[in-house]
Design a protein around this ligand. Structure first.
Ligand code: NCD
Ligand code: ZN
Length: 367
């Protein structure tokens, strides 16, 4: 598509309200699709908006080998809405789950497979299904060295698990203790800091070379930590890394709207059954795939930055991953609709972000 002609920038600068946005078909560079009966319940939401998605490996058991990634990919393709791969051109981009035992040979096999596009680093215990994660970065050295050599990106959940560090400071502590030294020691390693939540992470990513980038979720662009406590405790706004202060949200939005190619779309849509969120020890994760592009459009609209939306959603991600940009288009229109209270989720139900509340944009057309 002709990006210039389709960009809403011209209308925005003419002082008119933009009511229609046409974008090159975007990709989701951080997504949880789950497995079993949950997978077909959430996959259609992503397929209708995105051409590709980086699929997180934190299943039980985690996707630690290329063989497991190939099998998981087959299950995703089999769950595509019309039933067969040929019915949809959606491409799941697979990831491996890094552990203390991941070998260089496994990384070589991953690259050779052509279907594994990145490796996910969960500090052990940092988030949902992360107990098999890395206990100390040094233990993952052989794998990281192979990734540096082969150009396979490392996707980082950037939080320390040290319980003595304040929950809201764990991203900064991870940057200081682990990520900055790692990037310094391995200057050829390609790194995406996933779902960043602080101005410190923005500053860190900006300070690095072009080998370090970051994804941003719609919920971290739209909300600050007050959202978790409006009139009572709101488990559906609890995710990790947790929402932060307004000053951080503003820094994230500024980064997303800056046009800097280091920052791109990754929803971190993380479905959990209603009863596992609404309980005395609720799971972390927000399900936003039902309205991901609509939520991002709202964030960019609020920031007066709709002219920067397409590059963030559709260009920076494939450019970083060295994949071609998509050729299809999607259209969003300014139109209010209410998100449903819940969706079916296998034998359970799923409460989406904004449940029962209005959204300002609607995905009108995809192709
Ligand atoms: C994710 C999940 O539920 O798998 N949860 C979350 O709060 N974001 C895991 C993750 O990405 O941290
Ligand atoms: Zn995630």
């Amino acid at each position: 598509m002709n990006a210039t002609a389709a960009s809403p920038a011209s209308t925005a600068t003419a002082g008119k309200t933009v009511d229609r946005i046409e974008l090159t078909r975007p990709d989701d560079w951080h997504l949880h699709l789950r497995d079993g009966d949950y997978l077909p319940a959430v996959l259609p939401f992503t397929v209708r908006q995105f051409a590709r998605a980086i699929v997180m490996p934190n299943l039980r058991p985690p996707v630690t080998t290329t063989a497991m990634a190939i099998a998981y990919r087959e299950r995703i393709l089999a769950a595509l809405p019309e039933g067969t791969e040929a019915d949809s051109d959606f491409q799941p981009l697979m990831t491996l789950y890094l552990t203390d035992r991941t070998t260089a040979a496994e990384i070589e096999a991953a690259v050779a497979s052509g279907i594994v596009k990145a490796v996910k680093y969960y500090p052990a215990g940092a988030t949902t299904n992360s107990d098999s994660g890395v206990t100390h970065v040094d233990r993952a050295r052989p794998a990281l060295e192979a990734m540096q050599r082969l150009g396979l990106p490392l996707l980082v959940h950037g939080e320390v698990t040290d319980q003595s560090v304040d929950l809201f400071d764990r991203e900064l502590a991870f940057i200081e203790r682990t990520l900055a030294p790692l990037v310094r020691d391995m200057p050829g390693l390609r790194v995406v800091m996933e779902h960043i939540t602080t101005r410190d992470a923005v500053a860190f990513v900006e300070s690095c070379g072009p080998n370090v980038a970051a994804t941003l979720t719609p919920h971290h662009l739209l909300m600050n930590r007050n959202a978790i406590f409006v009139g009572g405790i709101r488990p559906h706004y609890y995710c990790l890394p947790v929402l932060k202060r307004e000053v951080h949200r503003q820094a994230l939005m500024d980064a997303a709207a800056s046009g800097n190619p280091k920052f791109f779309l990754g929803t971190d849509s993380a479905p959990h059954a209603r009863h596992t969120k609404e309980t005395d020890c609720g799971c972390a994760g927000c399900f936003n795939a039902h309205a991901a592009l609509e939520l991002y459009a709202e964030a960019f609209d609020r920031a007066g930055a709709l002219d920067r939306f397409e590059a963030f959603a559709s260009f920076h991600g494939p450019d970083f991953y060295r994949l071609p940009r998509n050729t299809g288009k999607v259209v969003l229109v300014r139109e209010r609709w209410d998100a449903p209270d819940e969706y079916p989720y296998g034998a359970d139900t799923l409460v989406p972000l904004r449940a029962g509340e209005p959204l300002q944009w609607r995905l009108a057309q995809a192709g």
